[in-house]
Design a binder for this molecule. Structure first.
Ligand SMILES: Cc1ncc(COP(=O)(O)O)c(C=O)c1O
Length: 392
């Protein structure tokens, strides 16, 4: 137990998407929100204090990034991920999803094919579809309650119109932290077929102790030249509402193309509070993060034990990181829509429907466990009560 993370902080009327948009999305203020991927924890104190100081200064003009901000990112990547990054490789964007959209626009053409690995963070589908590119789904394979990449199938799916691969590492929603071996084999295929890798590593810091996140671009110089890495302090330190993220691009040609693309929309400046929080997080947030990870891991173990004991028809997919738990509900015998209704109407819990993560997610649901234990217990008990009255 940890007092800091046990604290229940009301988020209603704070412009919170997860809490305040319940009425709009679920037509109810009663459902317990365990959907959108942010946490209900207070951010690290040094981050909160940096924001207070910034606010008290009282002048909020246009901002520019600073050497100390960039240094904070570079040092974090070296210390946490053993990855040496040069400051000039850093580029900025308000979010990882906008970055991916810009990369698709400047590095591929309409009609080109882009690989994703479903079930996967659903905006990956949208960003490819909306840009007029074509999805190639190299679906993950579930074996013994853990997911694997299907690289043999990937080789068969590739042709000369496949130009890019969106890698989710660690993977949302299935919680895999890809091993060096898996990433190396995937990287070799991409190098062989000249496929650009967009590595969405937004969950890189949210990895349980037994596992190690390997940045795709750190594997070899060749891969670094063909990989764009998207990172952000948003998930790690719970500051998603401040909208600051970076793309690390060591290939100078790709970097120039990306910068030109971002310039098209005059998106060259960052939010001042985002920069303030980002620098403070990377400089002083490490200790908080370690405690937060212990807490999330315990939450995960709690969910596993609770579900195994009380709801044997539901299986918890083995997770190696992230604060998202992927629940296999296929044995409940409901289709995706029925499962949604069951969770919302019977259990009164808002989860993320599995089918939005692709067809391969049908029959699954994603639970956000980045919350105080008491809220987690309440959510599980609500589901259990509904389960008990339906399945005994
Ligand atoms: C894998 C992944 N990528 C991107 C995002 C969103 O990033 P941003 O808010 O920076 O666009 C999320 C948020 O849940 C995510 O899980």
């Amino acid at each position: 137990m940890n007092k800091y993370f046990d604290e229940s902080i009301s988020r209603t009327n704070t412009y919170s998407y997860k809490w305040d948009a319940r009425k709009k999305f679920f037509d109810s203020d009663e459902v317990l929100p365990m959907w959108v991927a942010d946490m209900d924890f207070r951010s690290p104190e040094p981050v909160v204090n940096a924001l207070i100081n910034r606010a008290e200064h009282g002048v909020f003009g246009y901002s520019s990034t600073s050497n100390s901000h960039d240094e904070a990112i570079v040092n974090w990547l070296e210390q946490r991920h053993n990855w040496e990054v040069k400051k000039e490789w850093l580029t900025y964007s308000p979010g990882v999803m906008p970055t991916i959209g810009f990369l698709i626009a400047c590095l591929t053409n309409p009609g080109d094919k882009i690989v994703l690995q479903s079930p996967v963070y659903y905006p990956f589908f949208d960003v490819i579809n909306r840009s007029g590119r074509v999805i190639v789904d190299n679906a993950l394979v579930l074996e013994d309650y853990t997911y694997e990449m299907d690289l043999e199938k990937l080789e068969k799916q590739l042709d000369s119109s496949v130009k890019m691969l969106l890698l989710c590492s660690p993977h949302n929603p299935v919680g895999r932290v890809w091993s060096r071996d898996e990433l190396t084999r995937l990287g070799e295929i991409c190098l062989k077929h000249n496929i650009i890798i967009v590595a969405d590593e937004i969950h890189a810091d949210l990895v349980f102790k037994q596992n190690k996140h390997i940045p795709m671009a750190s594997i070899s110089d060749e891969l670094a030249q063909q990989t764009i890495t998207c990172i952000a302090p948003s998930k790690t330190f719970n500051i998603a509402g401040l909208q600051a993220s970076s793309a690390i691009i060591s290939n100078p040609e790709i970097r120039l193309k990306f910068r030109k693309e971002i310039n098209k929309y005059s998106l060259t400046m960052m939010n001042n509070f985002g920069l303030t929080a980002s620098e403070a997080s990377y400089k002083y947030g490490g200790e908080w993060l370690d405690q937060c990870l212990d807490y999330i891991y315990e939450n995960h173990q709690f969910v596993k034990a609770f579900v195994e004991k009380n709801m044997p028809l539901i299986k918890v997919v083995q997770s190696e990181g992230t604060y998202l738990v992927w629940l296999d509900c296929r044995k409940l015998g409901m289709n995706g829509q029925e499962l949604r209704e069951f969770m919302l109407k019977e259990a009164k819990v808002a989860l993320s429907d599995g089918f939005i993560f692709g067809e391969t997610g049908d029959g699954f649901t994603r639970m956000n466990i980045g919350c105080p234990r008491a809220l987690l217990v309440e959510g599980l008990e609500r589901i259990h009560a509904a389960y008990h009255s339906t399945f005994g």
